[in-house]
Design a protein around this ligand. Structure first.
Ligand SMILES: [Mg+2]
Ligand SMILES: [Zn+2]
Length: 125
């Protein structure tokens, strides 16, 4: 995956996050872990932060949406990111002090409605 365009974007996102002071690592999917876990896992200013990197035109799979839902439900911030800037913005939101947790209303904690996703998108899995 590292040579794929998406992998390169993930590497750039991690570089940018680390410059901002985050600790993070690339999650490599394997048979030994659950499917759908976002591409990048990290911690920033005490917050659990995750990034599902996508290339333009691609959407998260249902397995990925389920993990995004599960993570957000317990207060982790998750971005579906098409650019480095998308992912950086999430950390800037935290650094601004505007992230208040459950009642924040930011898109990084937005509830995932799986039925709505199924209604509007076609999925292979
Ligand atoms: Mg991805
Ligand atoms: Zn917020």
């Amino acid at each position: 995956m590292g040579k794929q365009p998406e992998g390169k974007v993930s590497t750039k996102i991690m570089d940018a996050w680390r410059k901002m002071g985050a600790w993070c690592y690339k999650v490599h999917g394997s048979e030994y872990q659950p499917t759908g876990i976002p591409d990048i896992s990290g911690v920033f200013m005490g917050h659990s932060v995750w990034c599902e990197t996508k290339m333009p035109g691609n959407k998260p799979s249902m397995a990925q949406w389920k993990k995004i839902r599960d993570l957000r439900r317990v207060g982790a911030l998750v971005i579906v990111s098409y650019t480095v800037a998308d992912a950086v913005q999430m950390l800037e939101h935290i650094a601004s002090g505007m992230h208040t947790g459950d009642d924040c209303g930011c898109l990084y904690l937005a509830p995932v409605d799986l039925r709505e996703i199924l209604r509007t998108k076609a999925y292979k899995d």
